[in-house]
Design a protein around this ligand. Structure first.
Ligand SMILES: [Zn+2]
Length: 252
């Protein structure tokens, strides 16, 4: 069965063999948003994107990298050149070496740009879900795509009251909590992601190639009670619409 595949959040630059990943993305036609973690990672993702029309590089500063010093001009250029932003956000669990105050400053800078330009923004919220929500409310024209939300159901209900979209990925297979969150979310607000190449091996799986997105789409479809082809088409249409709105020229 063939269906359209979109991977709305992956880290192409982190692959041991990015060329092999790019070749699979190109041969399988996987529309791929290559999120960046900082300026250096954005540079690599832009270079990789030149090798496949299916790869859209996006700039962001991951909370883990927000402790570095950034050249303001370079930061502005990267923000301006990126049609969609990501990965950015806050992490109060895994990121122990960058104080939340510093993470907040950097995230605020990115949200302010997204708000000013009405850009979509892929956001990390680990153990900082409430704070991210408060910050998002101050920048209502930033269009948040919440990546791998894993906080409480109570807070998620408040997220659902906002016009956010949500990426779901590999953990669906492993976590009843993630499946419960997905069950609360209309398919029209869901986008698939792999968070490759780190996520699936971290969860105990073995696959970390781009085609993992196919399994993710099948898992989402099953949980939502759709045929995989139908769920894939709905999510691909949504992604293409977002990219169109963001001024990205898509392959036919
Ligand atoms: Zn990520």
């Amino acid at each position: 069965m063939k269906f359209p595949c979109v991977d709305f959040h992956t880290h192409l630059d982190l692959y041991d063999d990015p060329s092999a990943a790019v070749a699979q993305i190109e041969s399988q036609g996987i529309l791929t948003l290559a999120s960046s973690m900082d300026l250096a990672s954005y540079r690599v993702n832009r270079e990789l994107s030149a090798r496949s029309r299916f790869i859209i590089p996006t700039f962001g500063i991951h909370p883990a990298r927000s402790g570095s010093c950034f050249d303001e001009t370079e930061l502005d250029m990267a923000l301006n050149s990126s049609p969609i932003l990501g990965e950015c956000g806050l992490d109060a669990l895994w990121v122990t070496d960058v104080p939340i105050r510093r993470q907040t400053q950097v995230f605020e800078r990115i949200l302010a740009h997204a708000h000013e330009r009405g850009k979509y923004c892929v956001v990390h919220t680990k153990d900082a879900e409430e704070k991210v929500l408060d910050m998002a409310k101050a920048f209502p024209r930033a269009r948040l795509v919440i990546h791998w939300y894993s906080g409480s159901v109570a807070t998620y209900k408040r997220y659902l009251d906002m016009p956010f979209l949500f990426t779901y990925g590999c953990e669906l297979r492993y976590s009843a909590h993630i499946r419960e969150l997905l069950s609360m979310t209309p398919l029209e607000r869901v986008l698939p992601e792999t968070d490759n190449p780190v996520a699936e091996p971290w969860l105990g799986g073995t696959t970390d190639e781009p085609m993992l997105i196919r399994r993710v789409i099948e898992d989402i479809a099953r949980e939502k009670g759709f045929e995989a082809e139908d769920a894939a088409a709905t999510m691909a249409d949504k992604a293409r619409h977002i990219l169109f709105e963001s001024g990205v020229v898509l392959p036919a």
